[in-house]
Every structure is written in C-alpha cells, then in structure tokens.
Design a protein around this ligand. Sequence first.
Ligand code: KIV
Length: 302
Amino acid sequence: MNATTKKTIPELVGRKGFGRSNAPKTSSKGTAPSNERPKKISMVTAYDYPTALLADQVGMDMILVGDSLAMVVLGYDSTVSVTMEEMLHHAKAVRRGAKNAVLVGDMPFGSFQTGPEETIRNAVRFLKEAGMDAVKLEGGQHQASIARALVNAGIPVMGHIGLLPQLVSQTGGFKVQGRDAAGAQRILEDARALEEAGCFSIVLEAIPDRLAGLITRSIHIPTIGIGAGPDCDGQVLVFHDLIGLYDRFTPRFVKKYAQAASLISEALSDYKAEVEAGIFPGPEHSFTIKDEVLEGLYGGDK
Ligand code: KIV
C-alpha cells in the first residue's frame, strides 16, 4: 500500500491490531495464524485544498475534516460555534485535494442532537455534497442510537469518546477523562456501545494509555488515539498542532513535527522588509517591454 493506492474503510478495519499485545491474526491465505503486526492507521486533520493534497501525497490513511476547524482555522474560542455550512465548505476543498485517503467529515455541534431525521440529512450532505466517505460524531452510550440510525441509513460512522471538545463547558474544560474507576468503566462501555451500534472505528481522546489499550483489546474495530497512548490501532493529530501553526493552546499529547509559525513569520517579515527597502521585486520577478514600444507611448517615459 503506497501513497497512490486508494484507501478503503474495509482495508483499514482489516488492520485492527488488538493493541500492543497484538493477538495473532489469521492469515488471509488460510487458517494459519500470523504474528505479523498490522501497520498502524495514520490520520490527520485537514481543512483546505493544499493541506489535503500534502496529506494525501504522503499516503495518509485517513483525513478528518475536524470541527477543530472552528478554533485552528476560523479563530472561534471553541468548536461549538462552527456550522454545518462552514464544515461543508471546507470538506469540499479537502475532497478536491485528496484522492486516496479515506475522508471523514466531523458532525458539528447541533447537527446530530435534534433527532435521527435531521442527523441523517446532515450526514448525507457530507457524503453527497462534500464527497466524504464517512462521518464522525462525539459521544458514547448516549449517542449510540444516533450512530446506529446513521449506519442503518448506509453511512459509515466513526465514534469519538473520552474527552469530548463539544461538551467542555459541561464537563469542565479540556481534561484527561477516565482516570477514576467510574469514569474508566463508562468509557469502556461507551466503546462497546458504539461498536455494537455499527461504528467502523472509534477515536479515543485524552484518556490514560492503559485504559486505551484495554479498550483497544476489548473491541473488534480500530481505535484511533489522540492523547490516548501508543496502544491504539492508529493515531490522529490536528494538522496545525503537528506542524506548529497553532500556538494559542498546545495539549501535552501533541508532538510538533515542525515549527511552521516561526518559519512563516520569518518569511513574512523578510518580505515586508524587502518591500519597504525597495529590494522586492527584483529584475527576476519583473516583466520587460521593448524600448520602441515604450517610446511609442505618448512620446516615451520622460
Ligand atoms: O475535530 C477534530 O480535530 C477532532 C480530533 C481531535 C479527533 O475531533
């Protein structure tokens, strides 16, 4: 599988690795068990054409048009404000950039709370208007029936449990979830309810690593971790966090693979300084005109 191979949901689900313990898998050729560890699933968010193109070109398995768009691109204070129309606008641009990754549209707050009919209508818009392959929605047991309604309507659904950014004002901020016995038990049951509802995968956000490992080994669909340790079947990060372009708030679980903010800032101040000093544009960035053409104009440039 390389960057030019079209990814599919069944292929990614087939890479379920049962966490680090990696229970032997039956080989595709027969019944002999194979100890080969499936390749972990890579996922990143993207919100526009150029970043989707880049993610797709490196062979990212899945691209999430996340509602984190609200904060990292649109400058809102939380993810609650972003609308269906805004999500679709960005999802369409991502579709134009990505040809091979599985694309997941994030159901924004308010798009799946008012009953199955409106939820299905909104999810269908992600698939039909924006060309997404699947949708993601936040919530565990209390959203399982909505997830099931979507799956029954033929829409692939990714669950999202643990820290739910859409509910932070209710739950008291961006905090690690499932550290006590009751919380951990609830999250495990959330995962089971979503698997039972027919989700093809579940995002585990900001939960202890060993709880994520236990959940990963307890269900048969891939877990995608963000702040959930190494034992998930895959990982997701927010694009702007991983390239170092969003400095308002950086969660502990983020690894910055680049310092894009300082790189861009340096380029912008170099440009500004060169414009002010008359250095840019130089001859190599300018277009010429023949003397006789110029001279023919109102007697030339006096
Ligand atoms: O919106 C988003 O970026 C997400 C990820 C944090 C999983 O939901």
